[in-house]
Design a protein around this ligand. Structure first.
Ligand code: 13P
Length: 269
């Protein structure tokens, strides 16, 4: 629990009014791992381990095929279920796609949008991210929108430009009221699945850029309440240092979320 405040000032003075602390969100992105049986087995071990955990919001994003098993297993627990992608149309001849209302009907409350793997391998663009975000928000689903630079961009000093562009396009033609549930995940692509983690300072610097873009698009109050997660080789042994940064409001965890023990350790950082 913390307040965003200037050093030495009372938060209420600094912000003009009392700012609610942002509840951290720890999310598992399983990517293309586990079948329904393995999903049920995960929850059998995971739920008892985190059943009294209220400090952070916990979300698990399995593949589409496992949503039914995950929703059934997590029913009545402190874990919410997320999809890993969504299409922006309501229904129609779009083979292979899933609509926001289908996710709602399946019991999903969250959806990851614009993950770098979708951008790299499946033609996701800033513009399709924007369409998907609007459709998810319209359906009442909490989108976790991913942004982040690739290694060449970081090395060329373009991180800030890339993050600003991704945010501006993602937030296009969206109102603060509509975007209220939005969550952002900063995932530097060079840190995903590589064992290389951004330092807490690097992540924090990126989050400040993203929050500033959110303030431009939606106003300062929205930006102060916006949760920005860090993703990229989050493990039990680095979670605490990352989560200790006031700018980091949670984690989006890939590989280390597949094992109930290691994901529990991250949740309980
Ligand atoms: P890893 O934790 O495996 O690096 O994956 C991060 C990620 O892409 C989460 O969405």
């Amino acid at each position: 629990m913390y307040f965003r405040q200037a050093p030495g000032s009372h938060p209420a003075q600094y912000l003009g009014k009392l700012q609610m602390p942002r509840k951290r969100l720890i999310a598992a992105n399983w990517k293309m791992y586990k079948n329904p049986e393995q999903t049920s087995a995960f929850f059998r071990d995971f739920l008892p381990a985190i059943k009294d955990h209220t400090r952070d919001e916990i979300v698990v994003a399995p593949p589409y095929i496992d949503l039914h098993a995950a929703v059934a297993a997590a029913k009545g627990s402190n874990v919410s279920i997320s999809a890993q992608d969504v299409y922006w149309k309501e229904e129609g001849a779009f083979t292979g796609e899933i609509s926001p209302s289908m996710l709602v009907a399946a019991g999903c409350t969250h959806v990851i949008i614009g993950h770098s793997e979708r951008r790299q391998y499946f033609g996701e663009t800033d513009d399709t991210v924007n369409l998907k975000l609007k459709a998810a928000l319209e359906a009442g689903i909490t989108p976790i929108a991913c942004v982040g630079e690739v290694l060449e961009e970081r090395e060329a000093g373009l991180t800030e430009d890339v993050l600003r562009r991704q945010c501006v396009r993602a937030f296009n033609a969206m109102s603060a009221a509509k975007a209220a549930k939005l969550v952002i995940a900063y995932e530097p692509v060079w840190a995903i699945g590589t064992g290389k983690t951004a330092t807490p300072q690097m992540a924090s610097d990126a989050h400040i850029i993203i929050r500033a873009e959110a303030a431009k698009a939606f106003g300062q109050e929205f930006a102060d309440n916006l949760r920005i997660l860090y993703g990229g080789s989050v493990k039990p042994d680095n979670a605490k240092a990352l989560m200790s940064e006031p700018e980091i409001d949670g984690a989006l965890v890939g590989g280390a979320s597949l094992d109930p023990k290691s994901f529990t350790a991250i949740v309980k950082y």
